[in-house]
Ligand binder design. Sequence first.
Ligand SMILES: Cc1cc2nc3c(=O)[nH]c(=O)nc-3n(C[C@H](O)[C@H](O)[C@H](O)COP(=O)(O)O)c2cc1C
Length: 173
Amino acid sequence: MDAMENILTRRSVRRYTDRPISEETLHKLLTAAMSGPSCVNARDWSFLVVRDRETLNRMADANGRPAEPLRGAAAGILVCGDLERAFPRAKEYWVVDGAIAAENLCLAAHALGIGSVWLGTWPQMDRVQRQRELFQLPEHIVPHSLIALGYPAGEPEARGEIYEADRVHFERW
Ligand SMILES: Cc1cc2nc3c(=O)[nH]c(=O)nc-3n(C[C@H](O)[C@H](O)[C@H](O)COP(=O)(O)O)c2cc1C
């Protein structure tokens, strides 16, 4: 699958088979997550990888109803910002860097035949706080997003091209 096909065919996948995800595959996904751009190359993220069913359920509890897909997932990865590594003059870039890492992870999963769905966490601070407490994270580590992963149960619905001409402005607004 080439890069364009990968981007255009990725869909959120919320139902998974029981097939586990190997260490080797998780390593590939995390390599992709760490290969995106980051502000001043700060690489201001950390990843918490979970495969234990009970912990996955507790992570789902922490994020509330929209995180239900995690209960059937083979793995969940909590993408976190690391404020100690963030660009000191504009630390908020950690949010951008975290989002890039999360999207790279989802695209790499799709390339490897694994379904993923992004489960929004930051800036819903109740979710952030509950994930923080669940894992007793250090103060400078901030939960950013939770990615549920698993081999897809069924084909996600295909989608046509979604270019929206009215969103694009050339040369002037
Ligand atoms: C920041 C963010 C938060 C999201 N949170 C959730 C969520 O909590 N639960 C969920 O099922 N999907 C969540 N999604 C997935 C979106 O619903 C999905 O990307 C969108 O409907 C478009 O569908 P697609 O991913 O198949 O293109 C989230 C996506 C993003 C980028």
